[in-house]
Design a protein around this ligand. Structure first.
Ligand SMILES: CC(C)(COP(=O)(O)OP(=O)(O)OC[C@H]1O[C@@H](n2cnc3c(N)ncnc32)[C@H](O)[C@@H]1OP(=O)(O)O)[C@@H](O)C(=O)NCCC(=O)NCCS
Length: 145
């Protein structure tokens, strides 16, 4: 697959904005992503195949730790390696900027995402109770870099 990962631009966001919720996920709205692109501590990437955006992912950088805010692959293109490529880019970005660890929260029911992170060496380090919708627990996962 000739998939390429680039830094997300406002143009990319405008390309996907009308179909964000239908094609990708119900959490990442235009306004949130727009704020993230304006945030100097955040960095977002898109996965593109022949000019089609198949996924995006972001990190938020704190003093000594990088936090993955999300990885989302277009519903029609899941399970074909796009999420892996995006996660590899987040990890290599954090390593190249000398961060020592990369962390995230994931819904304990989100098996595809948990498996993806386990595959890349993330370890389960804790739980945030009722983190999602005041109902579902979040697993905290970390990878030392
Ligand atoms: C999680 C997500 C990003 C994975 O992206 P993807 O492109 O489908 O993942 P990949 O094809 O690269 O798969 C990598 C690994 O993830 C795991 N995985 C992916 N889909 C899976 C599924 N349906 N069931 C179980 N494990 C799965 C597997 O370990 C897989 O490795 P394998 O192919 O060697 O078995 C995608 O399912 C998604 O966008 N989900 C909705 C948004 C979301 O929940 N994001 C995570 C928020 S923390």
């Amino acid at each position: 697959m000739d998939l390429e990962i680039y830094n997300m631009t406002f143009l990319d966001l405008n390309l996907i904005k009308d179909n964000l919720i239908k094609d990708f996920d119900d959490f990442w709205t235009y306004d949130i992503l727009n704020d993230e692109l304006n945030n100097p501590n955040s960095e977002y990437f898109v996965a593109k195949l022949e000019n089609n955006i198949l996924g995006f992912a972001g990190i938020w950088k704190s003093v000594d730790d990088v936090h993955i805010t999300d990885i989302v692959v277009k519903k029609t293109n899941r399970n074909s390696g796009v999420g892996s490529k995006l996660l590899e880019k987040l990890i290599s970005t954090a390593i190249s900027e000398n961060f020592k660890a990369i962390t995230l929260e994931v819904n304990e029911n989100n098996l595809p995402a948990i498996n993806l992170y386990l595959k890349y060496g993330f370890k389960n380090v804790g739980l945030r109770k009722k983190y999602y919708d005041n109902k579902y627990n979040a697993i905290i996962m970390t990878k030392d870099l």
